[in-house]
Design a protein around this ligand. Structure first.
Ligand code: CAA
Length: 382
């Protein structure tokens, strides 16, 4: 077993780290405070190849593998969770499915501009009544000649305001349940595609989270991704990959908070010695370091299986569950080690703590990951 990264993987990690340190760190606190979408640095991520890591160069991407994607994601999230989620959705939930299931015409029109970072993509699955229960889709697409006419509502769409196009999941045959769900590529400029609301959030505040309303929005049939009725499987398979990205985001957030806690434990004195010399702080740091390493191994395992074209759904659910829970615990303890200073904004750990919370919720809550894991280990539906 070899835990060394290849030269190419190390190079992508260096590019991501250098960019995050030089260009993202100076603005990370301010964009969080102002809930400002960082257009300039997101554009730079595109120029550096970070918005379409898995996409071949001929379609505008960097032609990298999933492990490269995971290590780059850790580096970005180590500095800013908001940049990380924009990168994750763009890579895993927009570019990956279009590359995998799209026609060349769809790749040219939708994938190339987004994989190269000139435009941003988003993924619209969640509805007011369909969060964890994702098969319960109510957005309808009715065939009318060469078009689908779409009506319905989507909520909590990451990058929904900033994206130029969305991968939208719709019911094309309600009687068939999950087998009646289809996936449509829809430009935001289409009449009847409305964005009435963006959300105020606890964390990842510089990313945008929007609501979509479709009112008789006409979408050409040739913009359907995959076959009619294949949409739910496309969504689930994309989320299998997406969960590796979110696990790596959680890992990066934990590392960012842990590094600050470590530095603070060396500097801050209490009872005449640096607090890192107190056994209770040492135990916390030891637990943090161990949990971080465990999450990284699970993520790298899931990424390596995906790269080897072997089943990885179980391992990505395990990685996402473990990394998200770990990030919440590590960021909580990082605040605790900082004491009162951890609770104020200047010390940054409170931002990592707030950003970590969403990793237990989006792309499948921790409870949904347990359901996926339980079904897999028990065989069939638990
Ligand atoms: N790959 C391919 N197909 C899959 C699959 C997978 N990983 N998982 C399930 N399917 C298939 C099943 O085989 C089944 O097909 P058949 O009927 O042909 O066998 C079909 O999909 C329906 O699956 P289930 O019967 O298992 O459906 P269910 O309702 O019992 O459970 C679930 C499904 C696992 C709970 C699923 O709904 C789920 O993952 N929910 C969480 C949704 C989620 O992660 N949302 C994230 C939103 S996007 C986001 O968060 C992005 C962001 O902002 C950052």
């Amino acid at each position: 077993m070899n835990f060394d990264l290849s030269d190419e993987q190390r190079m992508i990690r260096e590019v991501a780290r250098d960019f995050a340190e030089r260009e993202v760190r100076p603005i990370a606190q301010e964009i969080d405070r102002d809930a400002r979408f960082p257009h300039e640095t997101i554009k730079r991520m595109g120029e550096l190849g970070l918005m379409g890591i898995l996409v071949p160069e001929r379609w505008g991407g960097a032609g990298g593998d999933t492990l490269s994607y995971a290590v780059a994601m850790e580096e970005i999230a180590r500095v800013c969770g908001s940049h990380a989620v924009v990168m994750s959705v763009n890579n895993s939930l927009f570019c990956d499915p279009i590359h995998k299931y799209g026609t060349d015409a769809q790749r040219g029109r939708f994938l190339r501009p987004v994989a190269s970072g000139h435009e941003i993509g988003c993924f619209a699955l969640t509805e007011p009544q369909a969060g964890s229960d994702a098969t319960n889709q109510h957005t309808l697409a009715v065939r009318d000649g060469g078009h689908y006419v779409v009506n319905g509502r989507k909520v909590f769409i990451t990058s929904g305001r900033e994206a130029s196009a969305a991968l939208v999941f719709v019911q094309t045959d309600q009687a068939k349940g999950s087998h009646g769900i289809s996936a449509l590529l829809v430009e935001k400029s289409r009449p009847g595609f409305l964005v009435p609301k963006t959300e105020e959030k606890l964390g990842i505040r510089a990313s945008d989270t929007a609501e979509f309303v479709f009112e008789d929005c006409r979408v050409p049939v040739e913009h359907r991704l995959g076959e009619e009725g294949q949409g739910f499987k496309i969504a689930m398979a994309s989320l299998d990959g997406g969960r590796i990205g979110i696990a790596a985001q959680a890992l990066g957030l934990a590392v960012g908070a842990y590094e600050r806690a470590l530095a603070y434990a060396r500097e801050r004195k209490s009872f005449g010695v640096p607090i890192g010399q107190h056994q209770m702080v040492q135990w916390m740091l030891a637990d943090m370091a161990t949990a971080i390493e465990g999450a990284r191994l699970l993520i790298w395992q899931a990424a390596s299986l995906k790269d080897a074209h072997r089943p990885f759904s179980l391992q990505s659910a395990m990685a996402k569950l473990f990394a998200a829970e770990m990030a919440m615990k590590v960021t909580t303890d990082a605040v605790q080690i900082h004491g009162g200073y951890g609770f104020i904004k200047e010390y940054e750990v409170e931002r990592f703590f707030r950003d970590a919370k969403i990793t237990q919720i989006y792309e499948g809550t921790s409870q949904i990951q347990k359901l996926v894991i339980a079904r897999s280990v028990l065989g069939g539906k638990a």
